[in-house]
Design a protein around this ligand. Structure first.
Ligand code: AMP
Length: 281
């Protein structure tokens, strides 16, 4: 496995592979890898001749007072995991390589960057879209792999790629969960024992929504209300939002129809967690 810290190293390897007519799959991450990341990486390995993973805790997608400083970092463990699964190149640049000077150019994906997490994390999706655009220009992959866990992020990136004609195919993969249903997340490492238990309200409330929908409930406010009630019953949990939206545009729905996304963000103590489920009505 090639360990690259510079853009030039990445470009050189990818150029060689491309010259040989080989395909490249790319998985951008912030590290502290878990099975959710690994499912993307395995898919990238399977579907391409070469697999590239990036690990970069991108400062521009964190707001003031968010967890940029304390975000878990363990490059040694991450690189072992990447090596074990057959990653060809791991790109882990220092911040100065990605941002030698503050950027004056940003990617803003209107509309779908607002609502849901966009309302609680101003500037977050601008930071994400900009860094992912930079990474796409550096790696020039044929395919890039993202998790449905970050549903809004995935939609923002799909739209950016479409609007800006970026020559990469975006592949979204299902959320990987712990045995008890908690969506895997690097931020789960922040949770105390009691908080880890309390964090189950996210998946449990979504499962309640699933049950209501299966039983024929089509009123979005009833679905959102049921979720809110379950979150409120957990003393360690505080709801940021619950959204019942059209899956692609993220436009709010009154009546469930077509492709529907039910998404929520909940603070468990100081840790902010997100989860979602998609339904075809
Ligand atoms: P992160 O390192 O949290 O920025 O995530 C990197 C990629 O892994 C993103 O595309 C995430 O959506 C994806 N990801 C994170 N958690 C999961 C999960 N539990 N299941 C599937 N994909 C995930």
């Amino acid at each position: 496995m090639i360990m690259a810290e510079t853009i030039a190293q990445v470009r050189q390897s990818v150029l060689e592979w491309k010259k040989a007519g080989k395909s490249v799959g790319f998985v951008p991450t912030m590290g502290c890898l878990h099975d959710g990341h690994m499912s993307l990486i395995r898919k990238a390995r399977e579907e391409n001749d070469y697999a590239v993973v990036s690990i970069f805790v991108n400062p521009t997608q964190f707001g003031p007072g968010e967890d940029f400083q304390k975000y878990p970092r363990d490059l040694e463990r991450d690189s072992e995991m990447c090596r074990a699964v057959g990653v060809d190149l791991l790109f882990a640049p220092p911040a100065g390589e990605m941002y030698p000077e503050p950027g004056l150019t940003h990617v803003d994906v209107d509309k779908i960057s607002s609502g849901l997490c966009g309302d609680f994390r101003p500037g977050h999706f601008r930071g994400v879209a900009t860094v992912v655009c930079k990474l796409f220009n550096i790696v020039r992959a044929d395919r890039a792999y993202f998790g449905e866990k970050d549903a809004q992020q995935l939609r923002v990136i799909r739209r950016m790629v479409r609007d800006l004609n970026i020559p990469v195919e975006i592949i979204g993969l299902p959320t990987v969960r712990e045995k008890d249903g908690l969506a895997m997340s690097s931020r789960n490492t922040y949770l105390s024992g009691a908080e880890r238990q309390a964090a189950l309200v996210l998946v449990n409330s979504l499962r309640r929504a699933e049950e209501l929908i299966r039983n024929g409930e089509r009123a979005a406010d009833k679905i959102a209300g049921a979720i809110r009630e379950i979150i409120q019953r957990e003393p360690l949990a505080a709801l940021d939002y619950v959204a019942v939206v059209e899956s692609e545009t993220l436009a709010p729905l009154e009546e469930l129809a077509g492709e529907v996304l039910v998404a929520l963000a909940v603070r468990i103590g100081k840790t902010r967690l997100i989860d979602n489920m998609a339904f075809k009505i």
